[in-house]
Design a protein around this ligand. Structure first.
Ligand SMILES: [Fe+2]
Length: 213
């Protein structure tokens, strides 16, 4: 039976309020290969495909800094055509001075995360499986149940393997690693406060329980 509630046809765009307006525009142009479709001075519209705009950057007065510990959006994510393009993007960003904050194989995606000038986190990724059916089946697998967070990788090493001619079938494999605690996610991704809370939680869960009297 079809869903009686009409769904939207697509996720259309994202608007970022910017403290570092010019840097943000530059960053997203470089990361997404985006072009400016409209410049209204204090708001710039960007697109990287046939949508009229995918991203807008707005200059607003008096914005507070993003402390990465507020409820709301954690990150936004963009899928690239293949591993070559993903790692080419990594190389382009590196050359421009932007290092990723986390590179991890989630199982269903191989992902490279960045933090923009206003500390929004953005994910670049490629799908590991050829179809949504395969991805959905993987999400029910033992490997994903054991570690839904990710197995970290070095993009330089992965790029070298790709350039040596290793096949996608081997490059896309995730090394089985067993369970992973969220406190091992890089601090740069989590933000200092969340990272500390997770570390403390982990420490307290390890503390010996006091015997009752
Ligand atoms: Fe994501």
């Amino acid at each position: 039976m079809s869903n009686p509630i009409p769904a939207p046809t697509k996720l259309a765009h994202l608007v970022l309020n910017a403290r570092h307006f010019d840097q943000q525009i530059e960053f997203y142009q470089l990361l997404l290969g985006a072009r400016i479709v409209h410049d209204a001075g204090d708001i710039v519209f960007l697109s990287y495909d046939d949508e009229h705009h995918r991203l807008a950057i707005a200059r607003r007065p008096g914005l507070l800094p993003n402390l990465r510990n507020m409820a709301g959006v954690d990150h936004h994510a963009y899928t690239y055509e293949n591993l070559d393009v993903l790692l080419g993007t990594w190389q382009r960003m590196k050359t421009a001075g932007y290092e990723p904050i986390w590179c991890t194989h989630h199982g269903g995606t191989i992902s490279i995360y960045y933090q923009d000038a206003d500390r929004n986190v953005v994910e670049t990724q490629v799908d590991v499986f050829h179809s949504m059916e395969e991805t959905n089946a993987y999400l029910l697998s033992e490997d994903f149940q054991a570690n839904p967070i990710g197995v970290d990788f070095d993009p330089q090493t992965l790029r070298e393997r790709l350039q040596r001619g290793e096949s996608w079938e081997t490059l896309r494999q995730r090394t089985p690693s067993g369970p992973r605690d969220p406190s091992t996610i890089p601090r740069a991704y989590l933000g200092g406060f969340n990272w500390l809370m997770l570390k403390l939680g982990k420490l307290l869960s390890r503390a010996p329980k006091q015997q009752g009297v």
